[in-house]
Ligand binder design. Structure first.
Ligand code: T4K
Length: 420
């Protein structure tokens, strides 16, 4: 009886939403706004907006120092940075990637007519399963692209050993992983190269931006040429085929400003993470993905896995409950790259080799965190989740009724057919 009374407080039962404003996943971290404006005004005063300007150079230097890597080449976004790395490494034929990633990882290969071969993940780490990677190697395989999903590192030692033994190139999509480490060493130092994204939604943002970080001198020189039309020293001196991957000065100003505040961003994210962990600890069927606190983490992602049998509702139903409350939880990375076009047409049977990916994409969701979320917000979000699961039968019935209400009646269907 108590359960029923409590759950009527949920918006799906007609109560007012818990939040009057929409609460998003991925709100940008800004840092010291005055510093940012000072830099932006300086860019405007100096009238130097792009082409390896002062702020881009400074950002590259600071990021290289931050990661401890030898070279950092800033770019206009993470996707172009991935495309350029793939080309600079001379990858061809097939490259093994997880399907459980943002679609840009796969597109960066397909865009260059290289086949992304989707590999299953380890259900614990959410990253490539090295044993499965080995099974997918064919004579056409030229490389492996691991993704440090949620900033949690891939099984780097195993992948490095495999790549060396099978003579394959290894690179990492480290879009989520600025400020994270593996065995005490910052990500950015592994494989041939690693790629960061500084999209607005990322831990460190440059409005839009990306970077390649590498310890390989030759590769770095090639990538620098490629991202700037192949221009060599001096004017009008094109010595290589290239594209336009340059970062602009405004983006670099934002990137530097964010970099100066990473400790604050991490402290806030960590506080949020611990609070979610404490408040969701005993909610049945809800598992918060954890970070290895012996390593450096940016704690940028609050990820839940929902076990439908224990929770009584599934991930999609919980997302609906939260959306009704104006909490815009996301289903990253639903439905998996192998179920998106063109890949689902190219590889209609890919799911047979991806059982863990298939399971994870059905149960994973991402919650709001970052500097824009307060402890009170988190308590409210956890309270909503708790209530929905406590009264899962009623929640499920309400959502099914809502679904039925949107199914057209025979009469409506007939009317529609007549109009056509
Ligand atoms: N590899 C991986 C593993 C990646 O996750 C990504 C990017 C890449 C490669 C490619 O890097 P970039 O080329 O993007 O540098 C978003 C981002 O657009 C994408 O950058 C990101 N991954 C991906 C995980 O998420 P959507 O389609 O979910 O974006 P959207 O527009 O729905 O925004 C997400 C939420 O963020 C919204 O609910 C609102 C909030 N938001 C968004 C923007 C743009 C803001 O509050 N402010 C903003 O300015 O893809």
């Amino acid at each position: 009886m108590l359960k029923t009374t409590q759950s009527t407080k949920l918006a799906i039962f007609g109560a007012a939403p818990a939040f009057t404003q929409k609460l998003h996943v991925g709100r940008p971290n800004i840092g010291d706004r005055d510093q940012l404006m000072e830099r932006i005004n300086d860019v405007l005063d100096r009238k130097w907006f792009s082409n390896n300007g002062k702020y881009v150079q400074e950002f590259e230097k600071r990021l290289a120092e931050f990661t401890g890597a030898k070279h950092c080449i800033a770019m206009c976004n993470g996707t172009i940075a991935l495309e350029i790395v793939i080309r600079a490494l001379g990858l061809t034929g097939e490259v093994i990637v997880p399907s459980f990633t943002f679609v840009a990882t796969a597109h960066a290969l397909q865009w260059q007519e290289i086949t992304p071969v989707f590999c299953d993940i380890d259900p614990e780490t959410h990253t490539l399963d090295p044993a499965q990677v080995e099974r997918l190697i064919t004579p056409r395989t030229s490389g492996i692209m691991g993704v440090h999903v949620w900033g949690r590192p891939c099984q780097i030692d195993e992948l490095t050993e495999l790549a060396q033994r099978r003579n394959l190139k290894l690179a990492f999509d480290a879009s989520h992983a600025v400020g994270c480490s593996y065995k005490g060493r910052m990500l950015g130092n592994f494989g041939e190269a690693e790629v960061f994204s500084f999209h607005a939604t990322k831990f460190l943002n440059a409005f839009e931006g990306g970077a390649v970080v590498t310890n390989n001198d030759e590769l770095a020189a090639k990538i620098r040429l490629m991202k700037n039309f192949g221009f060599g020293p001096g004017y009008d001196n094109v010595i290589y085929v290239g594209t336009n991957g340059k970062m602009n000065e405004m983006s670099a100003a934002m990137g530097i400003t964010g970099l100066e505040s990473v400790d604050d961003f991490i402290a806030t994210n960590y506080r949020n993470y611990k609070q979610y962990q404490a408040e969701l600890r005993d909610v049945p069927g809800v598992r918060l993905v954890t970070y290895n606190e012996a390593e450096k983490n940016n704690y940028q992602y609050i990820i839940l896995e929902i076990d439908e049998w224990e929770a009584g509702i599934n991930r999609n139903e919980l997302v609906k409950v939260l959306h009704a409350e104006n909490v815009l939880a996301r289903r990253y990375f639903y439905p998996g790259c192998h179920k998106m076009e063109p890949y689902r047409s190219y590889f209609p049977n890919a799911h047979l080799l991806l059982p863990e990916t298939e399971k994870l994409t059905e149960k994973v969701m991402s919650l709001p965190t970052g500097t824009g979320v307060t402890p009170e917000d988190i308590s409210k979000i956890c309270g909503i989740i708790r209530l929905a699961i406590q009264d899962s039968d009623r929640v499920r019935r309400a959502l099914q009724d809502e679904l039925l209400a949107t199914v057209p009646t025979d009469k409506q269907l007939a009317a529609e057919i007549t109009v056509r």
